[in-house]
Write a protein that binds this ligand. Structure first.
Ligand SMILES: [Zn+2]
Ligand SMILES: [Zn+2]
Length: 254
């Protein structure tokens, strides 16, 4: 499997970081995770095979994760170089129908009728979905919004995981157990009372308790000092650490 970071930022305008978006490629699967501002042009900038994308997964409905969904579907309707017949499947938390309904109201009925077949699958915590015969997607609840989900993708003997947005919860450490690579949000430098996001120390604790092999931190609400961030994470987590940047690609293997 291979990960490309399309957006390592949040909703805060940042010249170097788009809002949240990732692209994961495995045999037979080309999956876009979240679709925040800037991630649609990033599909071309970072040369991923977006026209043959097989799945889109939305972790939750905050604007930094779905703000460019209409543009993505517009691109599928009007911006394709090659024709495709293969279906595209949108996987999202329950409630996505309401979002699509309102986007159609705003941008026109044809928006979500690309010229190839398009499926919608609503998922809820605990659901497991087979994407191909050897690729299994699972989702778990995250304490962030009512609908927010984390994702785990098991492909052959290799596992990719993504926190979406979340506060710390021990159940997530179980859900991510022994993943080969975890992409974790890392919103704040310090833990905040009642926060619905992770601090640096909480990310390290989560990755350490989950015993993940590699950790990618992303979704920063603070100005990142890479060396300082790296050493703070290393206090509690002893696997390989990547400080996420837009355009970064990482091979995921056992
Ligand atoms: Zn959020
Ligand atoms: Zn977010």
């Amino acid at each position: 499997m291979k990960l490309t970071i399309l957006g390592s930022g949040t909703v805060v305008p940042n010249g170097e970081r788009n809002s949240a978006g990732y692209f994961v490629e495995a045999e037979g699967v080309r999956l876009m995770l979240d679709c925040g501002a800037g991630t649609v042009p990033a599909l071309a900038r970072y040369n991923v095979e977006w026209e043959s994308m097989t799945h889109i997964f939305l972790s939750h409905f905050h604007v930094d994760h779905i703000g460019e969904l209409a543009s993505l579907f517009f691109a599928f309707r009007h911006g394709m170089q090659k024709a495709r017949t293969a279906p595209l499947t949108l996987i999202a938390p329950r409630g996505v129908e309401r979002i699509l309904y309102h986007l159609k109201e705003a941008f026109g009925e044809k928006l979500f009728t690309p010229k190839f077949s398009f499926d919608l699958i609503e998922v809820e915590p605990g659901d497991r979905l087979r994407l191909t015969h050897d690729c299994l997607l699972s989702v778990a609840k995250t304490p962030h919004t009512a609908e927010s989900l984390a994702l785990r993708l098991d492909h052959q003997d290799c596992t990719f995981a993504y926190t979406g947005d979340t506060a710390f919860h021990i159940d997530l450490a179980r859900f991510f157990q022994r993943a080969d690579l975890l992409v974790s949000e890392c919103s704040f430098q310090e833990a905040k009372e009642g926060a619905t996001h992770l601090s640096i120390a909480e990310v390290a604790r989560l990755a350490s308790q989950a015993q993940v092999k590699k950790l990618v931190v992303t979704h920063f609400y603070f100005a990142v000092e890479e060396a300082a961030l790296q050493s703070e994470l290393q206090r509690q987590y002893h696997g390989e650490i990547f400080i996420g940047r837009d355009g970064m690609t990482i091979e995921i293997n056992r």
